[in-house]
Design a protein around this ligand. Structure first.
Ligand code: SAH
Length: 356
């Protein structure tokens, strides 16, 4: 279950690289050159860090390797979204999604291979949990896609959402370390306020997450308007109860520029009534927050249906005057890249696939 021991370079912070460089008897400033080469300049491998002497590059490549996930395959949506299947060092694979928008790009990345939280509307749940990702594998998804798409966070904003496979708060150490590497201006350079971590509501971990000075914004998958409904569609919430979740939200140390996001997947005739909307409104009352509605993205083996647009709009209309409420447009449904559709499908219509 544990991630492989990582002597790989990607995922190491400056202190760790400094220790490594010292152990190799090299000049201390080499650590920063490796750090900048991998995270800021995103060259992909130690051997491509041109500021290093050839002998050091060869030694690093031989004994460590960058550990950056490799693009195994891409699935391209008609709307520009690209779902990536990325290969890890131990040959396992995870998915991440590139979502181009008008004035920025969004990368949806994974925190675990599979997921242990058994949400009944989500395809990833059907995989179970294979293992946690290392910090390097989390950052590495961003590096791999950035290289592939030619992205540069310093020229055009990149948003990161940890909404791919897995439950980030059940892999907190790696998620926090990855966030520091992503947010460091001398590292990947994606500001904290452009990073969102989404949780199914692992209540005891919320305060711990909030205690980290460098962290993404918190999104909470509410998905139901009362405890009974929530337990039915997200069995893990029998343990992490709605009232405790809301208390953790009230106690959460929001930074001045920040608000909570509640996500709510609408399941036809299950949690999408006007009464549900009114209950959601009273649940979030008093919290500085917004609500994102997502109509179910369907999948084989998912026993729910997608509500009609009309129902989604009516639900929003009840919430919006009181709390900012937005309907998330599904992106990449045709390639199974939308929320809840990641399950490492290697199949797609041939004309949608481009081999790496
Ligand atoms: N485990 C984390 C992050 C992964 S799920 C969490 O639960 O938040 C990311 C988001 O996708 C969650 O808000 C989840 O409720 C939503 N989601 C899952 N399956 C979905 C589906 N089939 N259709 C629409 N949204 C879905």
């Amino acid at each position: 279950m544990e991630a492989p021991a990582h002597t790989h370079l990607v995922g190491q912070d400056l202190d760790e690289l400094s220790d490594l460089i010292r152990s190799l008897g090299e000049a201390p400033y080499r650590a920063r050159q490796i750090y900048q080469g991998l995270y800021r300049d995103q060259v992909g491998t130690a051997s491509a860090i041109s500021t290093l002497p050839l002998s050091l590059r060869e030694a690093l490549e031989r004994d460590h390797g960058s550990g950056q996930p490799a693009v195994h395959s891409r699935f391209m949506s008609t709307d520009g979204t690209v779902r990536y299947l990325l290969r890890l060092a131990d040959e396992r694979t995870v998915e991440a999604v590139f979502i181009p928008e008008a004035d920025r790009d969004t990368l949806c990345i994974s925190s675990q291979v599979g997921c242990a939280v058994d949400c009944k509307f989500c395809l990833t749940a059907l995989m179970g949990l294979e293992r946690n990702l290392t910090a390097g594998e989390i950052v590495g998804q961003v590096l791999a896609i950035s290289m592939d798409q030619g992205l540069d966070a310093r020229k055009r904003p990149i948003n990161i959402v940890m909404m791919g496979m897995g439950e980030p708060l059940l892999n907190l150490g790696s998620v926090m370390k990855a966030t520091r590497l992503l947010a460091d201006p001398d590292g990947v350079g994606i500001p904290q306020r452009r990073i969102t971590v989404s949780t199914a509501g692992i209540v005891p971990k919320i305060a711990e997450f909030g205690s980290h000075p460098v962290r993404g914004k918190l999104a909470i998958s509410l998905n139901a308007s009362n405890q009974q409904q929530r337990t039915e569609i997200m069995p893990v919430t029998a343990k992490y109860r709605l009232e405790d979740l809301l208390q953790a939200c009230h106690e959460y140390p929001l930074r001045p520029w920040e608000k909570l996001t509640f996500e709510y997947v609408l399941l036809r005739d299950v949690n999408d009534s006007d009464d549900d909307a009114r209950r959601v409104l009273s649940l979030v009352a008093g919290l500085k927050c917004s609500v994102n509605l997502i109509a179910l993205n369907p999948g084989e083996g998912i026993p729910y249906e997608t509500p009609e647009d009309r129902r989604v709009r009516a639900f929003r209309a009840i919430l919006h005057p009181r709390v900012p409420c937005f309907v998330r447009r599904p992106r990449g449904r045709d390639i199974f890249a939308a929320c809840g559709q990641l399950r490492r499908t290697s199949e797609a219509a041939p004309d949608q696939t481009s081999p790496a």
